[in-house]
Design a protein around this ligand. Structure first.
Ligand SMILES: [Zn+2]
Length: 293
């Protein structure tokens, strides 16, 4: 009950900023035999089924994990691995679903530590007795004979993000490092940094992929991912250039307001162009004003 109350409270706080389509129903998008993208109901999920074994990338928030459970029932499969991209409730809120029991929880050590302490607002406790597989840098999983690579690129959206690469499917599940159509968001209270997001995007852009499953938003392509990385890189370089020219923070913020026609939107109060620029101003100052490159 405590978990449910916390989830409801946080969901209500976020309600004004989330798209109804993302919050209130799940859209099932088959990508290939045994590979299904479940959009919305909190964060996006990706499910790989091979034989009677499954890998679930992100479990959504209450009550939308039930859509994953239903899909697995239809496929007569049980999760072998449950990957948490990071700690936020909209991605890890349904970790303790009945069908997830018996699965190995795969996440970074930082995410596992957060889940274990069940911090306020982050409502996913580790499910009882489940084995954990920590991702320090990179682990390779075997799902019914198919290889899945899970990578922790370092602090990005939070201190503990992981993404998953499905080589046979040329698919990449990014978690909230990449949100299609929205400005990047970071959680500095859990160790996130905008420059970390940029570094993680750089790393993800090196993979051979055709399908990109974002943390939120519709299915994307590698071109979308590269454009997003280049956009963020451009903002960083502009911040550094303006500071080098002697502009104050206030002048930089005013000059870098959202231009007409930019293809990204605010994600309510948790993600905006201004917030991105503010983070870049602070983080590049902390770096000593690194030059564009
Ligand atoms: Zn998140």
């Amino acid at each position: 009950m405590r978990r449910l109350l916390l989830a409801s409270t946080v969901a209500l706080l976020l309600l004004p900023c989330c798209m109804p389509a993302e919050l209130f129903y799940v859209r099932e998008v088959p990508l290939a035999p045994g590979l299904t993208f479940l959009r919305g109901g909190g964060g996006n999920s990706l499910v790989l089924v091979r034989g009677r074994r499954a890998l679930v990338f992100d479990a959504k928030t209450w009550p939308y994990g039930e859509d994953i459970v239903r899909l697995l029932r239809e496929e007569h499969a049980r999760p072998l691995f449950l990957v948490n991209s990071h700690l936020h409730f909209d991605h890890a809120g349904e970790d303790d679903l009945e069908l997830a029991r018996g699965a190995t929880l795969v996440a970074s050590e930082s995410t596992l530590a957060y889940l274990a302490t069940d911090r306020v607002g982050e409502v996913a406790p580790p499910f009882d007795g489940a084995p954990f597989l920590p991702v320090r840098r990179r682990v390779t999983l075997d799902v019914g004979g198919e290889e899945v690579i899970v990578v922790h690129p370092g602090p990005a959206h939070t201190s503990g993000d992981v993404f998953a690469y499905f080589p046979a499917e040329r698919a990449l599940a990014t978690g909230d490092i990449f949100n299609a159509g929205f400005y990047p968001h970071i959680d500095p209270f859990h160790g996130g940094t905008m420059l970390g997001v940029l570094a993680a995007l750089d790393e993800m852009c090196r993979y051979d992929v055709t399908r990109v499953i974002p943390g939120h938003g519709p299915l994307a392509t590698k071109a979308d991912l590269i454009a997003y990385r280049d956009f963020l890189r451009g903002l960083r370089d502009e911040v550094v250039r303006r500071r080098t020219q002697g502009e104050s923070d206030a002048v930089i913020l005013r000059a870098m307001e959202r231009p007409r026609g930019e293809p990204y939107r605010d994600l309510g109060v948790i993600s905006s162009r201004q917030e991105v620029v503010e983070h870049l101003i602070e983080e590049t100052r902390a770096q000593g004003g690194a030059r564009p490159g």
